[in-house]
Unconditional design. Sequence first.
Length: 121
Amino acid sequence: MPAAIFATEAAVIADGELWRSLLAIVVVFGLLGTLAWAARRGRLGFLSRQPSQVRVEATVPLGDRRSLMVVAIEGRRLLLGLTPAQVSFVTELAATPPFAAALARAGQGSADPSASSEQTS
C-alpha cells in the first residue's frame, strides 16, 4: 500500500511540474514574439538601423500610382516624380525647411512692429 501512495504523489508532482513547464514555454514564446514585433517596428534602440542619409519628407499622391515626393539627401532637398515605370527629378528645393523659414519670418516680423511703435511715439 505505501508504494501506491508514493506513485500517486509522484504523479501529482509530475502534473504540477508539467503545468509550470508549459507556462514557462508560453511566457518565453510570448516574449520572443513581442521582441520580434518591436524589432520589426524599429522600436528597439539597440537593434535599430543606422540613421539613413536619405529621408523622405513628404509624399503627395497624384492618382493612378503616381506621386510627388520630397527627399532630403546630404543637405539637399529634391522633388521627385514617381510613376510605376520611372523616377524623375523635377527640381531642387530650397534647403531651408518650411518651419524654419516661417520661424525666421515670424522673428523678423516681431522686430518690425516694435521699431514702428518707437517711431510713432
